[in-house]
Design a protein around this ligand. Structure first.
Ligand code: NAP
Length: 255
């Protein structure tokens, strides 16, 4: 499926996974304002991703929409094959797609939840990073990967989703190791750990009222807007962060 993408001459295209809503959608808009063209990945919500694409296009940037389940290796390979055919070199990857699974104490967490969360948040993100790296190496570009973690990786998320926190901790360690592996090639790998942010993720976890419950626990006494997280992500992906790699920036209102 696509809109108006043709082949790019210079790498100026960012792939954002999970770009139909929330932090991913806000990141698409923030990156478009920086002059980037965007590949918007989504899994289910086609009308939502089309609306994001229209907003990006209204900023004068090109968009390509690719449906792919980040929990499925075959989908990831198909997505990167399509990118190779239609775009060629990528400037970077924003590894944003992620889920929490149901909120609650760990004793109630099923094998199916563990597997689903780790398939998307860990295996999916790592495989997207591998395919992005292959793209950078094939085209001899100095690309950038930003892995979206969570403040949960440091806090542990007791009684809410410790499995999710553990998945994000895995991604933070992956960020450190991969960054060291590719630093000499001029490729950067960074992480951005948002605190609680006003998106659909809380309702999808089964507690739509979670933002109001957790706001008093945050030093700033409020959740982040997706646009505030997006600004930090696009900074990490930009040349302004040229000496930043192998680290995860916490953007969590003082947590
Ligand atoms: P969200 O509002 O629930 O949006 C999730 C996005 O990911 C949607 O675009 C969704 O696509 C996509 N997605 C979900 N499963 C996918 C899959 N299997 N394959 C491809 N795309 C998939 O989430 P968010 O709050 O923006 O979260 C974005 C990232 O920030 C996640 O990694 C999350 O863990 C992290 N984070 C969020 C918070 C927070 O409080 N919101 C805090 C810390 C970290 P569809 O629309 O097509 O379903």
């Amino acid at each position: 499926m696509n809109d108006q993408h043709t082949s790019a001459i210079e790498p100026n295209t960012l792939l954002i996974t999970g770009a139909s809503r929330g932090i991913g959608a806000a990141t698409a808009l923030a990156a478009a304002r920086q002059g980037r063209d965007i590949v918007l990945n989504y899994v289910r919500d086609e009308p939502a991703v089309r609306a994001v694409a229209q907003s990006v296009q209204a900023l004068g940037r090109q968009t390509t929409i690719i449906q792919a389940d980040i929990g499925e290796e075959a989908d990831i390979r198909r997505m990167f094959d399509e990118i190779e055919t239609r775009i060629g070199p990528l400037l970077g990857l924003i590894n944003n797609a992620g889920i929490t699974g149901p909120i609650g104490p760990f004793v109630n967490t099923t094998h199916a939840t563990l597997e689903h969360v780790f398939r998307i948040n860990v295996l999916g993100a790592m495989q997207c990073a591998r395919e992005a790296l292959a793209n950078f190496k094939r085209h001899e570009t100095k690309g950038v990967i930003v892995n979206v973690s969570s403040s949960a990786a440091r806090l542990g998320s007791a009684n809410e989703f410790v499995h999710y926190a553990a998945s994000k901790a895995a991604i933070e360690t992956f960020t450190i190791g991969l960054a060291k592996e590719v630093a000499a090639e001029g490729i950067r790998v960074c992480g951005l750990a948002p605190g609680s942010t006003l998106t659909d993720i809380h309702a999808m976890a089964g507690e739509p009222g979670r933002p109001a419950r957790v706001a008093p626990l945050i030093p700033m006494k409020r959740l982040a807007e997706p646009a505030e997280i997006a600004e930090a992500i696009v900074w990490l992906a930009s040349p302004a962060a040229s000496y930043v790699t192998g680290t995860t920036l916490l953007c969590a209102g003082g947590l």
